[in-house]
Design a binder for this molecule. Structure first.
Ligand code: GLU
Length: 546
């Protein structure tokens, strides 16, 4: 077979050689050990938490000196969604995972190793496809769907492995005249790899997370270019990762099944293979069993869920850091104020098995982050979120922004701030009782008190209440109410002889708290009452009488 002739026939318009591309995209000249990583999503408009996780690992692995670029793998036009690149960029930016090279918008990019969108790289793929044909490592296959189905049926009948390989690869050994004939008839064809693999031999890959991977060699003559000339993921990514000088391929471990093929492709193309970092999926406990976080079953599998619920931007990334390296939590305790970027991330410390998504832990991290924010920051972020996702809350904020800000300031900027809020969507419930339209009695009065006791406390408090009291005066009044009503102002003393009293000062304030807020647990009652305002306080105290 005259491979040169076949290559010229199949690729008449290719003018460049692989050497030309080697010169256009030279090695990056980075210092030894500095990493080049990439996040390479398909523009489907959906980002799985696992994708964000792998992008975070890309960013951490590249660190401050390396390159982390965004490549768009849009070879499957059927799955493409309008605006998906902007959406992916916004998704990454929302969690502080920002690439420093590659696509920057639907049609824009930065960096010297582009184009970073596969649909713009047709010439490059054609050049390398031509090279493979010239070297006898690729050939055209004119099989129709029906013929392929026929092969499948015969394989099934014989119990042979499925696929296009060896004796089943009918176009593998066709001569030039047969190919010329098919071409002259205008038959569509795909370009296939001529695999040299032997299923009795093995490939060995030292994965940085999974360790030594040993698998049988690839034997499949897989499709490199589809009938329309568009490359498959396998072929395109090998060309791209080489020319973009990727040092570490970070991706989900579902790709391990394709490793033998990728090893053969890199070798056939004459490329040095990258280092591999195959990440385990994020798992979830479901009825006592561990399973993958599923796009179909779990709303929290979508990155957009965290934006819609209003989790603080840093919370998701911070939580994913704890999944990435288990020593992150100790580091964080010792370095409370440092940016997560300063953490000495180590790819090799990643767990080879799937990490469990722990919602309670994730929310704790978010609560910690929000607890140390200023009232102004919480005010601003809640407002921005509500504008988009909660019109009712947005209207309440706009009705009286000062009141809203004041409520948020209660128990903030103190040494031990409360940790009630994990997401902006929880703010409405947190402060609902400040608004008559949302107020409802949620908790019961202290249970040992009779209706008469409760009414007595309410009456006495209404009589003593002065909205201008400062905090000390207010609390003193509360204590002064106790003895005449049969309560003990001091909790310790009460506990020494509980039978002698109806309760202690906490029970008196409990009655007032439940009457005015509907809850047993609220931030500082003095400020709560202050921001509720006199009219509302008196009205609710009266309404609570039995
Ligand atoms: N485009 C592939 C995907 O979205 C990327 C796989 C890879 O990172 O190599 O799954």
């Amino acid at each position: 077979m005259d491979n040169q002739k076949l290559a010229a026939l199949l690729f008449p318009n290719v003018t460049k050689t692989p050497d030309d591309y080697e010169n256009i995209y030279p090695p990056r000249g980075l210092a030894e050990g500095v990493k080049v990583t990439r996040f390479a999503p398909s523009p489907t408009g959906f980002m799985h938490l696992g994708n964000l996780f792998s992008a975070l690992i890309d960013k951490l692995a590249a660190g401050k000196d390396g390159v982390f670029y965004l490549r768009i793998e849009d070879t499957d036009k059927k799955r493409e969604v309008d605006g998906a690149i902007d959406a992916a960029l916004a998704g990454l930016a929302a969690f502080g995972v920002v690439p420093n090279e590659g696509m920057t918008g639907q049609e824009t990019e930065k960096g010297a190793y582009g184009p970073y969108k596969q649909s713009k790289r047709a010439d490059i793929y054609a050049c390398y496809a031509k090279k493979l044909v010239e070297e006898g490592r690729a050939y055209p296959c004119f099989c129709t769907e029906e013929e392929l189905a026929g092969i499948r049926a015969r394989q099934e009948a014989e119990g042979a492995n499925p696929g296009y390989y060896g004796k089943w690869a009918v176009w593998r050994e066709k001569d030039l005249p047969a190919i010329e004939q098919a071409l002259s008839e205008g038959k569509p064809y795909v370009l296939r790899l001529r695999s040299l693999g032997d299923e009795n031999k093995k490939i060995f890959v030292n994965d940085l997370v999974k360790g030594k991977i040993e698998m049988p060699e690839n034997t499949q003559d897989i499709v490199l270019l589809k009938t329309d000339g568009i490359p498959t993921y396998h072929f395109a990514h090998a060309v791209d990762d080489h020319l973009m000088r990727t040092t570490h391929v970070v991706r989900g471990d579902e790709w391990i099944a394709s490793l033998p093929l990728h090893v053969e492709l890199f070798s056939a193309l004459g490329f040095k293979p990258p280092k591999y970092v195959h990440i385990s999926p994020i798992m979830k406990l479901d009825g006592g069993n561990k399973r993958k976080l599923s796009k179909r079953k779990d709303p929290e599998a979508a990155v957009s869920y965290y934006i819609e619920k209003g989790y603080p931007a840093g919370g998701v990334a911070e939580y994913l850091m704890t999944l990435a390296n288990s020593n992150f939590e100790d580091w964080r305790r010792a370095n409370k104020d440092l940016p997560a970027d300063d953490f000495p991330f180590n790819v090799k410390k990643m767990s080879p098995s799937g990490a469990l998504f722990d919602e309670a832990k994730f929310e704790d991290i978010c609560k910690n982050i929000i607890s140390v924010m200023s009232a102004d920051e919480v005010f601003e972020k809640t407002g921005e979120w509500a504008k988009q996702y909660d019109p009712e809350l947005s209207a309440l904020i706009e009705e009286d922004p000062e009141k809203f800000r004041n409520i948020l300031s209660i128990d903030r900027d103190v040494p031990k701030p409360r940790k009630d809020i994990a997401a902006w969507s929880m703010v409405k419930d947190y402060l609902s009782y400040f608004y008559d339209s949302l107020f409802k009695i949620e908790d019961a009065m202290p249970q040992q008190l009779s209706d008469a006791d409760i009414n007595a406390v309410l009456d006495a408090y209404i009589a003593a209440y002065d909205e201008n009291d400062d905090k000390d005066t207010w609390f003193q009044k509360l204590k002064d109410l106790c003895e005449p009503l049969g309560f003990k102002p001091n909790v310790k003393e009460y506990k020494k002889n509980p039978e002698a009293y109806k309760g202690h000062v906490g029970d008196v304030s409990g009655v007032i708290r439940v009457a005015t807020t509907g809850r047993r647990n609220t931030p500082d009652l003095y400020y709560v009452l202050k921001y509720l305002g006199k009219d509302r306080v008196i009205a609710r105290l009266n309404a609570a009488k039995k």
